[in-house]
Design a protein around this ligand. Structure first.
Ligand SMILES: Cc1cc2nc3c(=O)[nH]c(=O)nc-3n(C[C@H](O)[C@H](O)[C@H](O)COP(=O)(O)OP(=O)(O)OC[C@H]3O[C@@H](n4cnc5c(N)ncnc54)[C@H](O)[C@@H]3O)c2cc1C
Ligand code: FES
Ligand code: FES
Length: 1318
């Protein structure tokens, strides 16, 4: 594939690997081709991971390195994404840059829709997308927001919410548009003239590439293609490679011969006739989209019903990069069960033109064509030439609908094409054709339902019978692959209902225009809400923060929105991540072999066949570990490689090292492990409770007397909520290179991790050598979020053993699927509550139980369950409060730290309890219950920690005010009355989040600062740069303390040799601790320079430094920060586990489509108290990024396991993190003004983790909307909505007449496709 060719052969490492399957966009490049027929150049973005190099004959490929760099000139796209703060860890940035760059090559002045479409196939796990969109928006003429126009005065966004300012005072901006390079297309690379010449003059000849294991043939004529297909009927035709490619990579498909007909002109022909359009099978979906868009403009609207339905599907199919290469023929022949196009083609009577040695023929695309999973009635030697799409006839209407786990770039759960033709002048159905995808092994026809309707009038009676028929006809087994059986079945009905509404509307229009004579009632506004799409237009957003004080020196960067210091090099692809480190001499690759059994004894490990695989050098097992064979977390041992027993699917058993990654993979595939299954694996927390399978100790905390208090309350309610886990999905997978130095048992370890000291210690212990022989180096981390603390260290131990044993450098970079399988996730939690409250909503007693699914090892689970209990009060003062938590030991992969470390699970249970109280009391604005119970004055928490909630209340009040809460709450009520099928909901959620480690020793930090004779300064500190901007902040701190410009300061990699014994970059405490350590070193140095400054007050920094050297004053200093002495005594149930609290509040509003469960976050307003921000752009970046990650946790991201504990969700195709389509349409962030924090550097506050929980405001807003829908069904009072509130859960909870029709499968009578985790 092009990706490995670029990265390994050409050493162009700007193009990144994120998933290898076309789902993340990290590998985006621009492909340009000259079209001799039109003499034009076509530019399109494509995923290099799916692009076969053999297909690129005659094409020019532009990578991120090609468009600009820091040595010559940075391209405006690179600059603007960087300066708008759109690059945090930077791993997604080159891909974003290339998607946007390609758009600008085709359309230098794009509109907002173009921009969001172009970025739709690119994932970012850090930023929350808003800053990326804002950076790109500066190219758009459409943007009329003054923030984009670089003119802060009277900003259109400020409205009434901006603070009082004098006329000349501008609100501070995150970036200055004046400061941006103009886009000058004349500066862009030209298409290589030699390629034009080649295309014009050189005859096209067929090509053949022969590899070790396969032959690639690229014919140029149809005859040749047919000949090849006749000789090799089983050889696939590789066009876009978006189906074949992933099949080869992920399913192990192997084809000795591949035919690639991308140069066969006949496959690209487009013929327009009055009857329709015939589109060559080789046309990409983007070309088809553009063609149909043109036709819709050209021909009368009534003839374009099928075209518009296809456009509807194409708008959401895959991402831009996929649509640019995937072909229409490939889509049809791939016969995906949930193909979006096939139901439309089939319902629309489209025809395939097919050729083979036997001649040409036409095949009607109908139910007989799709014969099974990935199978059609085509003969193996047949080639699809084109597809004919007819124009629609008089009285014929067609619609397409789809519902997917994510609005864009996600295969549909259910997708459909529906076509009806009415008898002329009447509402009697002459033809009806309905096809569905996602409800069977292939595209299926609702033939019987259609037959039952044909010949009858299109009215309520007919349709209501049709639903019953449909339910009978499209039936799924309760164990159906993919699960979501009830949801899918209800979607078949509700999508037909949507079609019905549209047709009723159409018929009514026909009556109105006189083309139909019938008695029809117009649909009421309320009912027609089922037709309107959810809103999707992004509105300008506001980021409000305090300017620095007027008298602050212009050179002092603290408090200013300084760009991430590596943002530009991240955007140019020059930033070096672990796997970008050039290959070392003799380097080997390591691939892990993992257990396929959830719980079994290992009988033997047979590595003989693996050792025979060419290139394989060795296989590392536990026996090879020279030192400690296990790691100990919170007193519990965990094998580094399984020794006698495996306890989950994905448990690491051994590792194969080979000259190349592919060889190591092949070796790993033939390692044979003999197992003896052990009885009764445990997967869910219920099973763990039943079998008492726990990691001990359990934890408990209580204040007041809960049992007594329950006797005195007006009401008691008991409820529960399940919260699924969350995959970290850092864009850079676990990566490391271990290099033995060859003497004195030294190792250099380059790795992407949050805790290099822990990796160092672990490696040393594993190898049985002192720590002083191991140096760990972290330049930057492409996202971590808690997932690169313990898990990275264990894999680094294994890789080090391999390096140790072979004496060669060993690289281990996990593939996305391996990473997701092996490294665990956020702990899923079952939370139960019993709450006692008064009629006025005051909660007097609460008893909460938390069961965390830890997986097969303890890892940090015991600390997670403690943090769960410490945060269960959130912002509420419950006088009698008890919490119990336990870490359940199960046979799933071991879960680990994840941003928030248990808090997002803990507080969801608490807020859900509040929600239940509100619903019990019939209070339709649960915010009232929140307010009644909030801490109001200086108080003690349940662990007897005193604090003042003043700023918490300020955040809450400001949030309600800025979000215009009261007015919008009313208008939501009105909206819900007027819309039967769309409901709006709103929720405001507060947060009180404890900062720092409750184990006091983890709060220390150190630094090392050198001043060189030329005045330049080198800073080392213990924090790792993971996108959170710690190095940028450290540069700001050093600049302030040394009184020199930040440009003189360089922050070097995090290196255990420079700064030893560091603590993890976690707990939102990195800046607090390391900032103080850097400050300490700089203060020391500044003081040392005082004599020379006094001697020469007029001197410059460089002169002082030089004089100091001459006077033998040391220009190097260490800095140290002891940190807070925090503690928690679980025996006494009291302590001071936190240094202080970060407060905030967030109000979100959503609109839910009750028929499908789809939703949109219409608006989000966040007010955060982060003291005095050291860098508002970095902090707002953390706020927005964490919010979107929380939105993912609570509404989208679902880990799914098979009944035997196998993780199904192993890549972006199955696991959906938020994409650009998921950001709130209006997203405002306000930093609370006038807040001080005496407990942290420069009065700032930690902000990395807290806001993740505020993503739950979207969850509760959805729940609010669902409650409104349930009222329509006569259902009031508390109900359970588990997290994440996916479209499936949301739709089923809405309880529409369609979900009610689905008979529930009898529990226990079948095995569901997936486990119900936790
Ligand atoms: C990340 C991602 C997201 C996606 N999202 C969606 C989605 O939302 N909706 C959706 O419907 N699809 C989606 N897809 C599927 C995608 O649309 C199909 O994979 C694509 O259309 C197949 O076309 P291709 O040219 O890439 O086929 P290839 O992979 O090149 O070939 C696929 C198959 O088609 C056969 N074939 C190709 N052309 C011909 C021909 N002319 N005659 C005979 N046989 C032929 C080949 O032999 C092969 O078996 C997604 C795919 C990816 C990777
Ligand atoms: S690496 Fe290519 S799309 Fe993810
Ligand atoms: S900045 Fe986008 S993934 Fe980190």
């Amino acid at each position: 594939m092009l990706l490995s060719y670029l990265r390994e052969r050409l050493r162009l490492t700007g193009t990144k690997y994120g998933c290898g399957g076309g789902g993340c966009g990290a590998c985006t490049v621009m492909v340009s081709r000259y079209q001799p027929s039109t003499k034009t150049i076509l530019h399109y973005s494509a995923n290099a991971c799916l692009l076969p190099v053999c297909q690129l004959q005659g094409a020019a490929v532009t990578t991120v390195e090609g468009i600009g760099n820091t040595k010559t000139r940075v391209h405006p796209v690179q600059e603007r994404i960087a300066k708008a703060h759109g690059s945090q860890c930077g791993f997604c940035t080159p891909g974003m840059v290339m998607s946007m760059y390609t758009l600008l090559r085709n359309k230098p002045q794009p509109n907002m829709e173009d921009i969001t479409e172009a970025l739709g196939g690119n994932l970012c796990r850090c930023t929350g997308y808003r800053p990326i969109v804002d950076g790109c928006k500066t190219f758009s003429q459409e943007s009329n927001c003054c923030q984009a126009n670089g003119n802060g005065a009277g900003c259109c966004l400020n409205g009434d919410s901006s603070p009082q300012r004098s006329e000349n005072e501008l609100p501070p901006q995150l970036f200055d548009q004046e400061d941006l390079l103009p886009l000058d297309p004349t500066q862009d690379l030209i298409f290589p003239p030699e390629l034009i010449l080649m295309a014009e003059t050189e005859p096209q000849v067929s090509q053949l590439f022969r590899g070790d294991r396969m032959v690639w043939v690229s014919p140029v004529s149809l005859e040749e293609l047919i000949q090849l297909k006749t000789s090799h009927p089983q050889a696939p035709l590789v066009m876009g490679n978006t189906n074949i490619g992933p099949d080869i990579k992920f399913k192990g498909a192997w084809h000795p011969i591949i035919i690639s007909p991308t140069r066969v002109q006949e496959l690209f022909k487009v013929t327009k006739t009055p009857q329709g359009v015939c589109i060559g099978a080789g046309c990409s979906l983007s070309v088809v989209k553009a063609l149909l868009e043109g036709l819709v403009q050209e021909i009368p609207e009534e003839k374009t019903e099928i075209y518009r339905s296809l456009l509807q599907q194409l708008g959401n199919l895959g991402g831009q990069q996929i649509r640019n290469v995937a072909t229409i023929g490939g889509n049809i022949v791939s016969a995906y069960p949930n193909s979006d196009l096939n139901p439309v083609f089939a319902a629309g009577n489209c025809i395939l033109n097919v050729a083979s040695k036997r001649g040409r023929q036409e095949i009607l695309l109908n139910k007989d064509f799709f014969v099974g999973f990935g199978k059609t009635s085509l003969k193996p030697d047949e080639v699809v030439l084109s597809v004919f799409i007819p124009v629609s006839r008089q009285g014929e209407f067609m619609r397409a609908f789809r519902q997917a786990p994510r609005k864009e770039n996600a295969l549909a759960t259910v997708t459909t094409g529906m076509r009806v033709m009415f008898t002329e002048g009447s509402s009697v159905v002459k033809e009806l054709s309905i096809y569905y995808g996602g409800v069977g092994p292939c595209t299926v026809s609702a033939t019987k339902t259609c037959a039952a309707v044909i010949g009858r009038k299109w009215d309520e009676q007919t349709l209501s019978e049709a639903y019953t028929q449909l339910l009978d006809e499209i039936s799924l087994s309760p164990s159906h692959p993919g699960g979501q059986v009830e949801f899918r079945r209800s979607l078949t009905l509700s999508l037909l209902f949507k079609f019905n509404l549209q047709m009723l509307h159409k018929l009514w229009e026909m009556v109105w225009t006189g083309s139909l004579f019938a008695q029809l009632v117009d649909l009421s506004e309320e009912i027609s809400s089922g037709i309107h799409p959810l809103p999707k237009q992004l509105l300008p957003s506001l980021q409000e923060f305090q300017a620095v004080v007027k008298d602050q020196s212009g050179d002092d960067p603290v408090g200013r929105p300084i760009m991430h210091r590596s943002a530009i090099s991240q955007a140019t692809g020059e930033a070096v991540y672990c796997d970008d480190i050039p290959k070392m001499e003799g380097e080997l690759h390591l691939v892990l072999v993992t257990s396929t059994r959830p719980h079994a004894k290992i009988l033997d490990i047979d590595i003989s066949e693996a050792l025979q695989v060419p290139g394989v050098v060795d296989v590392i097992t536990s026996k090879d570990i020279p030192g400690k064979k296990f790691r100990t977390f919170t007193g519990i041992d965990e094998d580094i490689l399984a020794q006698n027993e495996v306890s989950c699917v994905g448990h690491m058993v051994c590792a194969v090292v080979a000259d190349t990654r592919n060889q190591a993979k092949r070796g790993a595939a033939v390692v044979k492990i003999g197992y003896e299954d052990l009885p009764g694996p445990v997967f869910t927390v219920e099973e763990a409770i039943e079998k008492q399978s726990f990691f001990l100790p359990k934890r408990m905390i209580e204040q007041g007397n809960v049992d007594e208090a329950f006797d005195k309350v007006d009401h008691i309610y008991e409820g529960a909520i399940r919260l699924g886990g969350q995959e970290h999905f850092y864009m850079e997978t676990q990566s490391m290179v271990v290099v033995p130095s060859g003497e004195e048992r030294e190792l250099k370890v380059y790795l992407s991790c949050q805790h290099p000291t822990y990796a160092q210690e672990s490696i040393a212990e594993t190898l049985g050598i002192p720590s002083n022989r191991v140096s760990c180096h972290v330049k930057r981390v492409g996202g971590a979020f808690g997932g690169k603390v313990t898990k990275t260290s264990i894999i680094a131990c294994i890789t080090s053993v391999a390096a140790w044993k072979t004496g060669r450098a060993v690289r281990c970079v996990l593939e996305r699927g391996e990473d997701m399988l092996i490294t665990g996730a956020r702990h899923p939690v079952l939370g139960k509550h019993k709450v006692g409250f008064m009629n006025n909503g005051r909660i007097m007693a609460a008893d909460l139980h938390y069961y965390a699914n830890s997986g097969n090892t303890a890892d940090e689970s015991l600390l997670v369950i403690e943090k769960i209990l410490l945060h269960l009060d959130n912002a509420y003062n419950v006088p009698n409060l008890r919490g119990r938590s336990v870490a359940c030991k199960t046979n799933l992969p071991s879960n680990t730290a994840f941003r928030g470390f248990g808090v997002p699970q803990s507080m969801l249970v608490t807020e859900n309890m509040i929600n239940d109280v509100a619903m019990m009391l019939g209070c339709n604005a649960e915010e009232q219950i929140r307010e009644i119970n909030m801490y109001k004055e200086v108080s003690l928490t349940h662990y007897k920690f005193e604090f003042d909630p003043k700023n918490l209340l300020r955040c809450w009040d400001e949030c309600k005010e800025k979000s215009d809460y009261d007015r919008r709450r009313k208008s939501i009520g009105q909206f819900n009355q007027q819309n039967r099928w769309k409901k709006r909901g709103m929720a405001t959620i507060p947060i009180k989040y404890g900062i720092a480690f409750s184990d006091g020793f983890l709060n220390q930090a150190a630094s090392l600062v050198h001043i060189y004779k030329d005045g330049s300064v080198l800073v080392s500190h213990g924090g790792t740069e993971m996108g959170q901007g710690i190095h940028t902040k450290m540069q700001q701190v050093a600049s302030r303390e040394l009184h020199i410009p930040a440009s003189l300061i360089h922050i070097t990699e995090t290196n255990t040799s420079a700064v030893p014994n560091t603590c993890p970059s976690a707990a939102s405490f990195g800046t607090d601790a390391n900032g103080m350590a850097v400050k300490d070193a700089c203060e020391t140095l500044y003081q040392r320079l005082e004599p020379v400054r006094k001697q020469n007050p007029e001197g410059t920094w460089q002169i002082w430094v030089n004089s100091a050297f001459i006077q033998k004053i040391s220009l190097s200093a260490t800095g140290y920060y002891r940190g807070h002495d925090l503690h928690m005594d679980w025996e006494k149930q009291e302590g001071q586990p936190y240094a202080y609290y970060t407060y905030g509040a967030c109000c979100s509003e959503v609109e839910v489509d009750c028929l499908t469960g789809d939703y949109r976050t219409v608006r989000t307003d966040i007010v955060m108290d982060i003291g005095r921000s050291i860098n508002p752009s970095v902090d707002i970046g953390q706020i927005e990024g964490a919010f979107i990650q929380g939105l993912g946790l609570y509404t989208m991201e679902e880990l799914k396991f098979s009944p035997s504990g196998v993780l199904y969700t192993r890549g972006p195709s199955q696991y959906k993190i938020p994409a650009v389509c998921d950001i709130p349409l209006q997203f405002n962030v306000y930093l609370l003004s006038g807040s001080d924090n005496p407990h942290a550097i420069y009065s700032s506050k930690g902000i990395g983790e807290p806001v993740l929980f505020l993503g739950s405001s979207v969850f509760f807003a959805i729940k609010d909307a669902v409650a409104a829908s349930r009222v329509e069904a006569g259902m009031v009072g508390p109900f359970t909505l588990d997290s994440p509130a996916t479209p499936e859960r949301t739709c089923l909870a809405c309880n529409t007449p369609f979900t009610q029709k689905i008979p529930a499968s009898k529990q226990g009578s079948f095995q569901p496709w997936a486990l119900n985790i936790p």
